[in-house]
Design a protein around this ligand. Structure first.
Ligand SMILES: *Cc1c(COP(=O)(O)O)cnc(C)c1O
Length: 422
């Protein structure tokens, strides 16, 4: 650059290349592309079945007790300062008690680290374990932020498959084949986003045995904990903490339908104290001490949110999800070019297989979602963004009439594009 005859060589011009690589693994990026195809002057409102944020749907409004707890925390004037260990203590105790209800042993506040949502819990564990030379095993399909943060920290990512024909269970043989002396952990998501599957006690026990045999940790993303409505109950991975150390990630975002509140946690479920001995707990503590955690008033509110929320609220959300999952599954069953291999039993999502050979002018999942957005003002997530080409992810955490309308539009879209040979 010429500047009064002087040319400056900017020293900061090379951005961190791992960040660019991490950015490729984002749902936002895929959705920007699909949203760009929307016809702004389309006659009908946009129906987004791409994203799992039901907070704007009246039926999914959070528990009044949760709203009251938050307001009371703000009004008390006690939570305007920086978060301190003292302000965080009741919150960590409350989360420890909440999680201990479902475990065969008690965890304490020392096992809990509060984060800004499940996302920062992911960022934290991937930062703590991330370094060049180590590898981590992630599910395919999976949640893109697991991979993004691992990649950002130069950790090698190795994908194991989930098996649609077996209810999207972990391919245990693949995990075993992928692990080597540099593997630190296997990540599981249960209840599963994007598949809507819920792992049985027996399957989780096998994962624990295998991880223990391999000498690796299990990182269990349980952000959808308790959001199950099929025949398989939710069993936290921490139940197997005697077999293998487990780091559990959680949040209030999904169960309470308040993703904007940004409160999550990391729990070390490790009754044998292996994470302490191996200094993992110290590393977690160090990382947490250099980042900024959840807002103080949220920390103040969380014991009351957990204590006061009625079973009626939990039951209603689960009942509603059961209903909307069924609406979605049945509607997809009637559409020829897409199939759902496994009826969802948990979370807000299902994976749907797209058969482009039945369509006349659709190249792939991205093309399908782009044209669907343009012609029908419906947004679905292309599977490609989750590493699953010619699959689609749809959410059903939506108001039932809206969901039905959206699925009707998908149906007429598919009919219109059906190839003549079929
Ligand atoms: C939503 C989600 C998260 C992130 O949780 P937030 O609290 O929204 O940051 C983590 N893991 C999975 C599987 C999710 O679906």
């Amino acid at each position: 650059m010429e500047d009064g005859g002087r040319s400056t060589q900017w020293r900061f011009a090379a951005p961190n290349p791992t960040l660019a690589a991490a950015g490729e693994r984002s749902i936002q990026k895929a959705l920007l592309q699909v949203h760009a195809c929307l016809d702004e002057r389309g006659p009908r409102p946009v129906i987004a079945l791409s994203h799992g944020d039901p907070s704007s749907a009246p039926s999914f409004r959070t528990a009044p007790e949760a709203e009251e707890a938050l307001v009371a925390a703000v009004r008390s004037g006690e939570y305007n300062g920086y978060p301190t260990p003292a302000t965080g203590l009741p919150a960590r105790r409350a989360v420890a008690e909440y999680l201990s209800r479902d475990l065969p042993y008690m965890i304490s506040h020392d096992d809990i680290f509060l984060t800004c949502g499940g996302s920062q819990a992911i960022e934290t564990v991937m930062s703590v374990f991330g370094q060049a030379g180590v590898n981590i095993l992630l599910p395919m399909p999976g949640y893109p932020k697991h991979e993004a943060h691992a990649v950002f920290h130069r950790t090698e990512v190795r994908h194991y498959g989930l098996l649609p024909e077996r209810g999207w269970e972990v391919d245990l043989e693949a995990v075993e084949a992928l692990a080597d002396g540099n593997t630190v952990a296997v990540v599981i998501t249960n209840p599963n986003n994007p598949c809507g599957s819920v792992y049985t006690y027996e399957h989780l026990a096998k994962i624990a045995d295998m991880a223990s045999k391999l000498g690796i940790l299990v990182i269990a993303d349980e952000v959808y904990g308790h959001l199950v409505y099929g025949t398989t109950p939710f069993v936290p991975m921490g139940v197997f903490g005697e077999t293998v150390p487990v780091i559990t990630l959680g949040a209030i975002s999904k169960r309470w339908a308040v993703p904007g509140w940004r409160l999550g946690w990391i729990a070390t479920c490790d009754p044998k104290g292996i994470l302490r001995k191996t200094k993992v707990a110290d590393s977690l503590r160090s990382f947490i001490s250099i980042i900024s955690g959840p807002a103080t008033f949220l920390q103040g509110a969380i014991p009351h949110i957990i204590k006061n929320t009625n079973d009626e609220f939990y039951n209603n959300i689960v009942k509603l999800l059961k209903e909307t999952a069924e609406i979605c599954y049945d509607a997809i069953d009637e559409i020829k070019c897409i199939t759902c291999p496994h009826k969802p039993e948990g979370s807000f999502f299902m994976m749907v297989k797209l058969d482009v050979s039945q369509l006349s002018d659709i190249r792939d999942d991205v093309d399908f979602c782009s044209k669907l957005a343009k012609e029908e003002s419906v947004i679905l997530l292309p599977g490609k963004s989750l590493g699953m080409e010619n699959w689609l992810r749809t959410t059903f955490a939506s108001e039932p009439p809206t969901l039905k309308q959206g699925l009707d539009r998908v149906k007429s879209f598919c009919r219109r594009h059906q190839s003549q040979a079929n």
